[in-house]
Design a binder for this molecule. Structure first.
Ligand SMILES: [Zn+2]
Length: 383
């Protein structure tokens, strides 16, 4: 695998230029807060920046991959590069989870706190935090003298998970030991200690654009061009979510939606019932995926109906179908449709009887179509 660098992050040219300038400048601000949603490029930028700073060659735009600094940061084992992140469990600290952390950031530097806690806690769904023991370790890590490189760097991921214990770090962030850098990653300023916020220089990271998410999927050989852009629309700027969609088979489930709509449109017959049976046989998570996609589809129909055609986040056959069908419904009916899927989602979450639910949904969908078709006396949209 190619070692991590800026080039591997799609887009974000402005952010990259700023960070390259900072790294080549005489003095790097000692605390940077990379602010942006999880699933965006915040951690990826911080990682690439840290590698560039620890690279011993000067004037390069990327880590040179030749020097001893680069060889060590390639596997995230440079003695001057430290990591701190929330962990599940009271007496736990980052140090105990470093191996898992290194493999996670290497495979998917866009991951979210929920994904990270899943890796640690399995099915328990426990949330982690940055606890007192961790704060003590941070202080210790940064107070040890510089071992090899020009800087020692602490990447602190998940600033929201730093509770009031974080106040122990204030002095360190304010007057850090000589040549040390804090690279802090967070998403939600309302949940980050104001005292930490005020001591950092802010690097705002915008969400990825759809074509950038698609580029990442293609670069990782997770999708072909057509599916990549569709998945990007669903992932909404979050590359971790796009990777998850591509790897989970959920994508195929969403693709069945159009088939189901077509079948409901034609008539409620044996095909519709068979499809309803298929949906009912899905596990609960897959049923939720199907209904979440249905809601997404209805929202795009609202956009089509309101003339926001360039904002429609669908492509291919789904895009065409959304445009065609939008003409069948007025906004009230589209709201009714959205409510129908919201209710179904709610019922699935509450363990409703699946078979009945999907048969009922099919009948409702058919009625909604034909009510409108009689009224508008329009042509066959699926012809
Ligand atoms: Zn180097």
């Amino acid at each position: 695998m190619t070692p991590w660098n800026f080039a591997q992050l799609p887009g974000l040219e402005e952010e990259k230029t700023l960070l390259r300038q900072l790294s080549s400048g005489a003095k790097i601000p000692h605390a940077l807060l990379f602010l942006g949603d999880y699933g965006s490029g915040t951690l990826g930028l911080a990682l690439a920046f840290a590698r560039l700073v620890l690279c011993e060659s000067s004037g390069t735009e990327e880590p040179c991959e030749q020097c001893s600094g680069c060889r060590k940061t390639a596997g995230w084992v440079h003695p001057d590069l430290h990591f701190s992140f929330p962990v599940v469990g009271t007496r736990q600290t980052s140090r105990m989870h470093l191996a898992s952390w290194r493999s996670t950031i290497s495979a998917d530097p866009y991951f979210t706190p929920a994904a990270w806690f899943d890796i640690q806690g399995g099915e328990d769904k426990k949330q982690g935090n940055i606890n007192v023991d961790e704060c003590h370790e941070i202080i210790e890590k940064l107070n040890v003298t510089v071992v090899e490189g020009a800087y020692k760097i602490l990447i602190l991921w998940g600033a929201e998970f730093l509770g009031t214990e974080g106040n122990r770090l204030l002095k360190l962030i304010e007057e850090p030991p000589d040549r040390s850098l804090f690279l802090i990653i967070g998403a939600d300023t309302t949940r980050i200690l104001p005292t930490v916020l005020s001591r950092c220089q802010l690097i705002k990271v915008r969400p990825f654009r759809d074509e950038e998410v698609a580029e990442a999927l293609i670069a990782h050989s997770l999708a072909g061009e057509v599916e990549a852009i569709q998945m990007a629309f669903l992932a909404d700027g979050n590359i971790h979510e796009a990777f998850r969609l591509a790897g989970s088979g959920e994508w195929e489930i969403a693709a069945q939606f159009l088939q189901w709509m077509r079948s409901c449109y034609r008539k409620v017959g044996i095909d519709t019932l068979r499809l309803a049976e298929t949906l009912a046989a899905f596990n609960r998570e897959d049923q939720k995926t199907f209904l979440t996609y249905a809601l997404h589809f209805v929202r795009q129909m609202v956009r089509a109906h309101s003339g926001m055609t360039d904002k429609i986040r669908l492509s291919g056959a789904d895009l065409q179908a959304a445009r065609d069908m939008a003409g069948l419904f007025d906004l009230d009916r589209l709201e009714e449709l959205a409510e129908m899927f919201r209710q179904a989602l709610y019922s699935v979450e509450r363990n409703a009887q699946s078979r009945l639910l999907f048969v009922h949904l099919s009948v409702q969908m058919h009625a909604l179509f034909h009510d409108r078709i009689r009224y508008l006396n329009t042509q066959n949209v699926f012809s």
